[in-house]
Design a protein around this ligand. Structure first.
Ligand SMILES: N[C@@H](CCC(=O)N[C@@H](CS)C(=O)NCC(=O)O)C(=O)O
Length: 176
């Protein structure tokens, strides 16, 4: 299994954390986001976005990759067992991506800055799947953008950081 990856990318981080949670052996191919290789545009047209998973077939889109990994490696599940709860967890990630996901780069450029307020609204702690999907943004807000996290979110992150998969991502971000 191969992950086309970029250390800075929070969408890739979700997949890195999911792979680590499940202890899945894989090869990571790191690309430069500012100088995307040509083969990536062919692999995931038209944008050449990352992450992309290759597992005998080509799979882009972080939320879809996470759900695929969870089904393919059902041990240590990320999604809840109950079907309605599974659907809700996936929906929560789609909503997060619509509302906040792509704003990360805008925040980095110093745009609308009520990031703490927007993080405050996150419904954390409902499923590991959604928590893993949100946490790369929260780590980057705290450690790259210097955002003071609302108490509830800071406490949630402190607990999640006990997991080696999340601690490893914190280390990645601090090395950026
Ligand atoms: N919806 C995609 C978003 C992925 C994404 O936007 N990745 C960024 C890097 S963090 C990217 O490759 N952007 C390039 C572009 O949008 O052209 C996912 O969940 O995987």
């Amino acid at each position: 299994m191969k992950l086309i990856d970029a250390t800075r990318c929070p969408y890739c981080a979700r997949v890195r954390i999911a792979l680590a949670e499940k202890g899945i052996d894989h090869e990571a191919v790191l690309i430069d986001l500012k100088d995307r290789p040509h083969w990536l545009l062919e692999l995931n047209p038209p944008s050449g976005r990352v992450p992309v998973l290759e597992d005998g077939f080509v799979l882009p889109e972080s939320e879809v990759i996470m759900a695929y990994l969870d089904e393919r490696y059902p041990e240590r599940p990320l999604l809840p067992a109950d079907l309605a709860e599974r659907a809700r967890a996936r929906l929560a990630v789609h909503r997060f991506d619509d509302n906040l996901g792509d704003d990360y780069y805008a925040f980095r450029r110093g745009g609308d800055n009520d990031l703490a307020g927007r993080l405050e609204a996150l419904e954390v702690g409902r499923s590991l799947f959604a928590d893993v999907a949100y946490v790369p943004w929260v780590i980057r807000a705290r450690d790259l953008l210097g955002v003071e996290l609302p108490g509830r979110i800071a406490a949630w992150l402190a607990e999640l950081e006990q997991r080696p998969s999340i601690a490893a991502e914190v280390a990645v971000v601090r090395a950026l």
